[in-house]
Ligand binder design. Structure first.
Ligand SMILES: [Zn+2]
Length: 175
């Protein structure tokens, strides 16, 4: 099922997401909804807090392979870093360069609950780092250079205002 993507300014994006204790059908359904929502957007990655679910779940597809990722953890970062332009479905209209490790070693559970350890690089490594940041309440705009932050600040302020306004409207609807 398609879900609404939460936007910059929504407090759910700033929470520390909780670890998944058991991989159940409910978790698999959330991952399926996340994949559908990511493809529809379209995007190459989505974290559960972006659809308002405070769990450590991520979907990524940068290379035609859909990864459903539970409780990811980065085990190693390469010393080599790379600065590339990034965007985020929760921060529409802003694309800025972010410096990240070029390669990482990552551990997670797949949707069968099996442990997976992978070494990934380039765009896939970037997607993992970006999405895992979401689980810790971090957004790519937190990681911009001082000049990047300055460039984005007005747009971010506008976005936050709009999000809060829409959230208020949503509240009213339910009253
Ligand atoms: Zn994002």
């Amino acid at each position: 099922m398609l879900k609404e993507i939460k936007k910059y300014g929504d407090p759910v994006l700033r929470k520390n997401a909780e670890k998944v204790e058991v991989v159940t059908d409910e978790i698999r359904t959330i991952l399926l909804d996340m994949a559908e929502t990511m493809y529809e957007a379209p995007g190459v990655g989505l974290a559960a807090p972006q659809i308002g679910i405070n769990l450590r779940l991520v979907v990524i597809d940068t290379d035609g392979v859909l990864r459903k990722i539970i409780n990811p953890a980065i085990l190693e970062y390469s010393l080599e870093t790379e600065s590339c332009e990034e965007g985020c479905l929760s921060v529409p209209g802003i694309y800025e360069k972010v410096r990240r490790a070029k390669k990482i070693k990552v551990k997670y559970l797949n949707e069968k609950g099996e442990e997976v350890i992978e070494e990934v690089e380039d765009l896939l490594a970037r997607a993992f780092q970006h999405e895992i940041d979401h689980l810790d309440g971090l957004l790519f705009v937190d990681k911009l250079s001082p000049i990047g932050k300055k460039l984005a600040s007005q747009k971010l302020m506008r976005l936050k205002k709009e999000t809060l306004k829409n959230m208020k409207k949503g509240d009213l609807k339910w009253k």
